[in-house]
Design a protein around this ligand. Structure first.
Ligand SMILES: *Cc1c(COP(=O)(O)O)cnc(C)c1O
Length: 471
């Protein structure tokens, strides 16, 4: 399988070449040249497989530069009941007639990002050892991404993590999760500033090409194709659990921010998995909902980006969206460049409302969308507790609300549970008046010794810290 850039760069690359890279050289995103097609006989065979073997089957269609036995071992080592809590890895439970929750949040950091990041950690370790190379991952986090990356990379050979976060702005639970890690290869950097300052520092360091090369700086952000590919697997696993046979369609609702999770659903559907509808759920940061309703994609300014109670969906633009739009415009790189380079560069928006391609978003590609407010989240959390004795986190609540607006009679609706409620305890307390129960392994983590340095919002200070810790 070869990979191309959405913006038309002539080079073609293989999986392990793009594994450690971010954007393509022309600023585009990597996609496979085509989506492998799954027939019903293959689906029938896959239905019986344990998760790690299903992951191997799907990954091996996209990865031909890791020997199959090695890839199989990497999958087996990643998706274990020990790490993810159950043999099913992503167990499905029925909430009400025809509406299911697929649990993606029972990994080490209690959010769905573990599903991909745990695999990425093992792939990185494997590939770096093979090359005899090292990588220093520099990131910015406001919560879920940073902790998922740290728990995936801790103790891995050849990898160090330098994770910046805005000092004092994450929830106490999230801070404790990250800062209590004592592994020598994990470095927490609390920046005196806000999340945007952290992102600016990462950009500034990455733009210093000499420094980037010397210290082998890389990232693990959500545009990484390997992360997206890992997420394709749980759409298949969810489908198999929600149906008794492979001729029945299923819909999925996905709490969305950077469009990585739901883009994996789009890939699964493009491979032939019988997905009826993909519902993109947003919060007040509704740039994606606006697009699917109107055909207008309008990037928000910082002042128009709201801080909400589902913070992992607080985005001004959706960094994976270019992948879907590439397929939507018939994989025409010239048309894609006009939208993402010319129109976005000039106006901060593009308008496909009059383009026949836009009708295909809902038509051929099966997309719908929904939007929630803080009041909706509280109401959904209360209602789900009262009627089904089930606690959901605010992101999953955004999903449930949008799902109920898009039900099709006779078609199961699977809502992806993207985090556990304990990660966002303050909102649960606001809705229900009490703290959600905490898994045993996280009891008392706030009291553990913390490993973190405080630095000013200054890229030079961060560079100096990286240099000091790289020998
Ligand atoms: C990251 C995250 C999301 C958004 O996922 P995308 O892939 O960026 O769309 C939703 N919910 C939670 C809890 C997250 O951590």
């Amino acid at each position: 399988m070869n990979y191309l850039s959405t913006r038309g760069h002539p080079d073609r690359k293989r999986f392990c070449e793009i594994l450690l890279e971010g954007l393509a050289p022309d600023g585009g995103l990597y996609l496979p040249e085509q989506y492998p097609q799954i027939d019903t006989a293959t689906l029938a065979k896959w239905r019986k497989l344990p998760y790690a073997e299903l992951a191997f089957e799907i990954l091996s269609l996209y990865i031909d530069d890791i020997p199959p036995a090695d890839l199989k071992a990497i999958c087996a080592k990643t998706y274990t009941a020990e790490v993810f809590g159950t043999d099913e890895i992503v167990p499905l439970r029925e909430l009400e007639d025809g509406v299911y929750l697929e649990a993606l949040s029972n990994g080490p950091t209690l959010a769905f990002k573990d599903m991909a990041m745990q695999l990425l950690g093992n792939l990185f370790e494997y590939e770096l050892a093979r090359r005899g190379a090292e990588l220093n991952i520099l990131g910015a986090t406001s919560g879920d991404t940073g902790s998922a990356a740290e728990y995936a990379m801790r103790g891995k050979k050849g990898v160090r993590v330098f994770m910046t976060s805005p000092d004092g702005r994450m929830s106490p639970f999230q801070q404790a999760q990250m800062f209590s890690l004592q592994d020598a290869n994990i470095h927490n950097i609390a920046i005196t500033g806000v999340f945007d300052d952290c992102q600016d520092i990462v950009k500034a360091v990455s733009n210093d090409l000499a420094f980037k090369r010397k210290y082998r700086i890389g990232t693990v952000n959500s545009i990484n194709w390997a992360r997206l590919l890992a997420q394709v697997v749980y759409y298949f696993a969810g489908y198999f659990q929600a149906t008794a046979s492979n001729d029945k369609p299923v819909s999925f609702t996905v709490p969305s921010g950077n469009f990585g999770n739901v883009c994996a659903g789009h890939v699964a559907r493009s491979m032939g998995l019988p997905i009826h509808t993909l519902v993109v759920a947003t919060n007040e940061n509704d740039v994606l909902d606006e697009f699917f309703r109107t055909g207008v994609y309008r990037v928000r300014a910082a002042v128009d980006t709201h801080e909400t109670s589902s913070p992992s969906m607080d985005i001004s633009k959706a960094s994976n969206f270019e992948r879907f739009v590439f397929d939507l415009v018939g994989r025409d790189p010239a048309k894609l460049r006009k939208l993402f380079v010319d129109d976005l560069g000039l106006n901060g928006s593009f308008d496909l409302s009059a383009d026949p391609a836009f009708a295909q978003a809902a038509g051929r590609f099966g997309f719908r969308s929904g939007r929630s407010t803080h009041a909706d989240r509280l109401a959904t959390i209360r209602d789900t507790d009262k009627r089904f004795a089930t606690l959901v986190d605010p992101h999953t609540a955004d999903g449930l609300k949008a799902a109920r607006e898009q039900l099709t009679p006779g078609v199961p609706m699977v809502v992806l549970e993207t985090a556990l409620p304990i990660k966002f305890a303050a909102t649960l307390v606001e809705a229900l008046g009490e703290e959600p129960a905490r898994p045993k392994k996280f009891e008392g983590i706030e009291a553990l010794p913390k490993r973190v340095v405080k630095l000013p919002a200054d890229a030079e200070a961060v560079k100096a810290f990286i240099a000091e810790n790289c020998d």
